[in-house]
Design a protein around this ligand. Sequence first.
Ligand code: OAD
Length: 245
Amino acid sequence: MIDPDLGRILKRVRRVVVLTGAGVSAESGIPTFRDASSGLWKRFDPESLATPEAFQRDPARVWEWYAHRRAMAAEASPNPAHRALAEWERRLDGCPVVTQNVDGLHQRAGSRDVIELHGSLLRSRCLDPRHPVEEGADAVGVDLPPRCQTCGGPLRPDVVWFGEALPAGAYEAALAAVAEADFLLSVGTSSLVQPAASLPLEALERGVPVVEINIEPTPLTPVADWSLRGTAGEILPRLAAAASS
Ligand code: OAD
């Protein structure tokens, strides 16, 4: 059941900005980072897999982990949460999805306006930023690390590692999307990682209604206008349906 006040607002919204995190892909079988039992950062050490220093020390080991995650993303399918957002985009004046996810599932569900804050597992790039990014190169069954076609140097996954800046322009694009939106949804993120976690706060400062969807409370919960408890795959299709009824 959707709160009647929220239902009224949903019917009027024209531009929704959606911040997504790992919880949106959980129902596609992709593990989150901080889940108490299956979270990636509970089972793997980020210092030895997701830092520039780790890559310098042992690029093959880092690549084995990313090749495994890339294969998992390729085998996964978008779930009802991804599909509801793509469908919503077709009915609104705009529905930019600002995602912390690197699995490409929003795009595969059909969302066209996706801002990737943390890069993409599906791309690789040379350490030399002048060399072209390589799309979809297969990292399984090749000698690791894969090599740049321009200079033969090691390719790295085109993702953001700890201690690194976001891709150029990504956060500015996300802020611009928030500035144009009349509604913000924060879905399946622990709201712990900056600067992504600041985007809902920017919206609140502008008086834009903020709704959180999560299976657990987060630091955003006490300040959000509504915090809906449940899975993204259950709740997002209901919200999108309420907006169009
Ligand atoms: P987290 O793993 O920190 O949080 C996932 C959130 O999703 C948690 O709050 C869960 O309660 C919630 N959740 C799990 N299953 C859900 C479901 N089916 N429906 C709704 N919510 C669900 O993932 P992120 O917040 O995305 O960065 O993490 C942010 C960043 O931290 C990641 O992009 C990654 C990580 O370090 C980099 O690797 C740069």
